[in-house]
Structure formats: structure tokens, C-alpha cells
Ligand binder design. Sequence first.
Ligand SMILES: Cc1cc2nc3c(=O)[nH]c(=O)nc-3n(C[C@H](O)[C@H](O)[C@H](O)COP(=O)(O)OP(=O)(O)OC[C@H]3O[C@@H](n4cnc5c(N)ncnc54)[C@H](O)[C@@H]3O)c2cc1C
Length: 324
Amino acid sequence: MKKIAVIGAGLSGLTFASSLNAKAEVTVFEKSRGIGGRMATRYAEHYEFDHGAQYFTAKGEAFQNFLEPYLERGIVENWKPNLITLSKEGAKERVSNHPSYVASPRMNALAKEMAADLNLVGNTHIDKVTGVAGAWQLFDKEGSSHGTFDEVVFAIPSHQAAVLMPESFEYLEQIKHVKMDACFSLMLGFEKPLNVDFDGAFVEGSPIGWISVNSSKPERPQGFSMMVQSQNQWAETHVDEDKDKVQAMLLEEVSGLLNQDLSKADHQVLHRWLYASTSVPAEQNFFHDEKNQLACIGDWCIKGRVEAAFESGHRLAEKMRSLL
Ligand SMILES: Cc1cc2nc3c(=O)[nH]c(=O)nc-3n(C[C@H](O)[C@H](O)[C@H](O)COP(=O)(O)OP(=O)(O)OC[C@H]3O[C@@H](n4cnc5c(N)ncnc54)[C@H](O)[C@@H]3O)c2cc1C
């Protein structure tokens, strides 16, 4: 069987790997302790925060079909949030035309299910890929070798893929043109529930882009937890700023928007995402250099969304299955 290495255990990498698993010998490498990439969850005492993707929609048939068994088993649930648009002028109700899905009981639960039958090597940051088609060698940051593979699939953000990718990759220049933007996620936990009349708020005209009551999602712990996420453009201009300063600025802004002082939140942690969303996508489902047996997938190929990450991994798996 063909040996394929997948670098990255986010939704795109896991979709590809689980779809080809029976047809090839697939190994997934993930640098973090946990899996799921930007479909991430942080725990803190009795609070929990989905500090990456907030919820996702399924507009295409392939993703809807993929989600069906997970919906039946309760691994994915329809959140049904009370959504609003919030600006300095006030709040307006917002209607969504598509179900707002979340993995349950936390956002990384879907990845855990998908990875159950996969050969996954965690805590392993792949730092070098050398060799030739049919004999690619992977090395981690400590210089240890992780074997030889016929083909390598890079399922990581575009900038990281461009740095790690062998120079012979036919589409290297194209992936360098993709632009991904940062985001700050401020996690706030409160001993007493706040008095807010929404579950999710799209914010306009502010450094903040989104506020949600994370604990309003299905199966979450009771501790009142709030997610505050910055606008991507604001994050780009403050990306190197001192974290305490950014946290203070976001706290002041959210307090103003909600007309209450949130600076006394019992739990306050800021996370910086360097590659959160995609402002200039590649506008194609994946890149596959058949001659060199190298490929790239990820949300950034299409759009900075969970469904796009699925679509990218799914489409490459479809093509590779036809070649095996
Ligand atoms: C703050 C934020 C809010 C978001 N909100 C939404 C939303 O509401 N709705 C929505 O649809 N989408 C949202 N998204 C986008 C969504 O999370 C992504 O589209 C999707 O999760 C991307 O999946 P992926 O597989 O392409 O990449 P990733 O999830 O980034 O997966 C890449 C994986 O590769 C690993 N990796 C990287 N380099 C290496 C290496 N060298 N060696 C080994 N492993 C490596 C990473 O640790 C990661 O696990 C949001 C993202 C963020 C950050």
C-alpha cells in the first residue's frame, strides 16, 4: 500500500486521512498535544471556551452528508443561538438561514472522533521534509526522523506550508500569495451569570468582531463563559503589541458595548491566533503536484471556514482515491 504522511490534524487533514485510511497507509503528524487545530477548546476550572471556530454551517451536500452520522450520535449539535448584530447604535436581531452547528460537548470533539481509527503521531512538530517523490523523509524539530513516505500532504496554514514545503513543489508561488489574518480571542469566565440578551453577537464598527456566551452551547459546563474575538484587521495591526495591553483594550471595548464593567471577570485569558482567517484565498480546492507527490490542503484554499477545510480535504481524497 502507498505510504502517505499528512502534516496537521485539523479538520482538513483528518478529513483527508479518514477518507483514504483503508486505501493507503496513512500517518498523521500533529505538533500540538491535542488535535482539531483551530476547532479548539480551552478548559479552566469550571469554565470552557471554544476559542477558535465558534460554530459552523453546512451549505454543500458533501459536508451535510458527512455530518449526518455525527448529528445522529450527538457529536455535532444544532446550537440554535439567539443571534444579534451589535453596534454603537444598539442591537438588532439577526436571522440565520442555515443551522449553526457545534461539536459537542466541545468544539474539538469532532476531531477526536474522526481520529479514533487513524495512525496519529501527536506532539510532533514536523520541521523538515526532504527527499524525492516516492521517498520523502520527515524530521521533527529535534532532528529525529519519522520515516519515509511516498507522498506528503500538508494540511497546515498556507504560510507554514510555504516555509516547510520542498522547493520543487510546482505550486509554491501560488500558495505564497494566500493571505491569512490574525485574531485575538479573549476568554472571560464569571462566577455569576451576566445579564446579556444574546447568545452570539456580530459586532460592527469596533475592534471586536464577535461576542458569544460559550456556555449557551449544547452540553457545555454551567460556569458562565464568554468568548470575545477581535476583528481580523484590528488584530493584524496589533499583532505584535504587548498581550496585557491588547487584553486591556478588548476588555474596555466589550465593557462599553455591553454597558457593564467586565474587568472583574473571575477568569481572563487572551489567546493570539496568527493565522485565523483568510482574506486572500487560493480559490481552488487543493494543490496536488502529482509528479513530486506533494499536496496542500486547508480552509485557505477556498475560504476561512470549517466547511471549506472539510471540502479541501474531501476533494483531494476523492482525487487520490481515483489514482490509487
Ligand atoms: C478565532 C477563530 C474563529 C473562527 N471562527 C469560525 C467560525 O465561527 N466558523 C467557521 O466556519 N470557521 C471559523 N474559524 C475557521 C476554522 O476554525 C478553520 O477554517 C478550520 O478549523 C481550519 O481547519 P484546517 O484543517 O484547514 O487548519 P487547522 O485547523 O489550522 O489545522 C492545522 C493543524 O496543523 C498543525 N500543524 C501546523 N504546523 C505543523 C507542523 N509543522 N507539524 C505538525 N503539525 C502542524 C496545527 O497544530 C493544527 O492542528 C475560526 C478560526 C479562528 C482561529
